[in-house]
Design a protein around this ligand. Structure first.
Ligand SMILES: *[C@@H]1O[C@H](CO)[C@@H](O)[C@H](O)[C@H]1NC(C)=O
Ligand SMILES: *[C@@H]1O[C@H](CO)[C@@H](O)[C@H](O)[C@H]1NC(C)=O
Ligand SMILES: *[C@@H]1O[C@H](CO)[C@@H](O)[C@H](O)[C@H]1NC(C)=O
Ligand SMILES: *[C@@H]1O[C@H](CO)[C@@H](O)[C@H](O)[C@H]1NC(C)=O
Ligand SMILES: *[C@@H]1O[C@H](CO)[C@@H](O)[C@H](O)[C@H]1NC(C)=O
Length: 371
């Protein structure tokens, strides 16, 4: 569909793409063949409604294992055709620790002003880790110009070595969400190793600079459990859905679980439900969740997980015992794929940085039409 805009009395025709023919696995970034494993991983994206004359702009980032030095950074690539073609746009570089930005980036557009940061600011987070792997640190950067330039804003959480084993004390995998005038950052936390090998927590801010206390979201009584990788979506019934992987789950290790809560700040008392399809497929590892108004009176909850290229969908707002169906896609699988609801609301954008390990990874984009 083409949208025509009338600006300032003379006609400026902006060809704004808001729907695209579904496609699979367009290349976002192909790493050089001499890069060490896994080359790329953990892609993330943001859909920006308006950037100057451009509408429906996608930015993507991911973690690179580029040869060092220099310390790694988070690349930002940009697409103005709903993900079919991409160009390098900017880099988010560690300006504070001298460590690099090494893992688990996240991009988010502020829907409201937070402190001195106006609505429309692009915020980025991720894990800063030094070359000698002594620490993990979740930092926040911001861009006032839709991702062209970036400035450091704040440190959120400092953890120990980046080793995903119980008894170690790292922090991992930040995710942003806005609630009641506050920005919330969710992450995985191993800094309470006697009680919880890993748990899921959040902190809130009203100025992007000062962060409140660490609050538990999933903290299992069994200290060997490793719930990880929070993502959250708002539902139209005023509730919120959180998906996470559950290391130590009874169904299968790292089974995907979900919780529903009246408040995204209070998932701790909610019951965790295993997420599997009516046809038997278990969602496993590194989930991400979005909700789209498409698909009937409840819209559709859409979940991606590692280990299956399909998407799990639920048309009953994740209600107790409601069915999840597996919708097959031709999109590349991957460790921690990211989903975005495109403007038509029937179309889901999927970006993948490839699988966990190996040397075949690259970053690819796909668009599917939901049933
Ligand atoms: C990002 O940094 C890399 C390494 O310094 C550089 O080669 C590349 O050109 C930069 N990209 C942009 C868009 O500035
Ligand atoms: C916000 O900006 C004002 C004016 O520049 C400054 O005084 C204040 O310290 C800033 N707030 C924060 C939290 O950085
Ligand atoms: C590890 O690297 C950091 C940052 O470069 C440095 O401050 C620290 O001293 C190093 N630690 C060890 C044990 O080498
Ligand atoms: C599938 O998920 C449901 C709901 O969480 C759960 O009751 C059931 O035990 C799961 N099935 C399997 C085979 O794990
Ligand atoms: C919408 O969701 C509710 C439960 O939340 C369910 O009872 C109802 O059947 C759903 N509607 C449709 C069309 O699936």
């Amino acid at each position: 569909m083409l949208l025509n805009f009338l600006v300032l009395g003379f006609i400026v025709v902006t060809q704004a793409l808001d729907v695209v023919k579904p496609y699979n696995n367009k290349v976002v970034f192909l790493p050089p063949s001499d890069w060490p494993s896994p080359r790329t991983n953990y892609a993330r994206s943001v859909l920006i409604a308006q950037d100057g004359a451009d509408t429906n702009v996608l930015l993507a980032t991911w973690q690179n294992t580029s040869p060092e030095p220099p310390n790694p950074w988070f690349p930002v690539y940009r697409s103005t055709d709903l993900g079919q073609t991409w160009k390098p746009f900017s880099n988010i570089t560690d300006t504070e620790n001298g460590w690099g930005l090494r893992a688990q980036p996240y991009l988010y557009e502020l829907p409201i002003a937070i402190g001195n940061f106006s609505a429309g600011t692009i915020v980025a987070s991720g894990n800063s880790i030094p070359p000698n792997r002594t620490h993990t640190r979740i930092d926040v950067y911001a861009s006032a110009d839709k991702g062209r330039t970036w400035n450091f804003v704040s440190h959120v959480a400092l953890g120990g070595r980046p080793i995903a084993v119980n008894g170690e004390t790292p922090v991992w995998e930040p995710f942003f969400f806005t609630y009641e005038g506050q920005l919330v950052i969710y992450y995985s936390d191993q800094r309470d190793p006697e009680a919880h090998g890993q748990k899921l927590v959040h902190q809130v801010t009203t100025d992007l600079v000062n962060w409140g206390p660490v609050v538990d979201d999933v903290a299992n009584p069994n200290p060997s459990d490793r719930p990880g990788m929070t993502t959250i979506a708002a539902l139209p019934n005023g509730k919120y859905i959180m998906t996470y992987e559950y290391g130590g789950a009874p169904e299968i290790d790292f089974a995907v679980y979900y919780r529903i809560s009246d408040s995204p700040l209070n998932f701790l008392p909610s019951i965790g439900h295993n997420l599997n399809a009516t046809t038997g497929e278990q969602a496993q590892s590194s989930p991400t969740v979005v909700w789209t108004p498409y698909g009937g009176e409840n819209g559709t909850i859409v979940v991606s997980a590692n280990g299956n290229k399909g998407l799990w969908i639920n048309k009953q707002l994740g209600a107790e015992n409601s069915p999840w169906t597996l919708f097959p896609t031709g999109a590349a699988g991957g460790y921690a794929r990211d989903l975005k609801v495109l403007p038509t609301s029937q179309q889901i954008f999927i970006v993948s940085g490839g699988v966990f390990g190996g040397t075949a990874n690259h970053v690819s984009a796909s668009v599917v039409n939901l049933p």
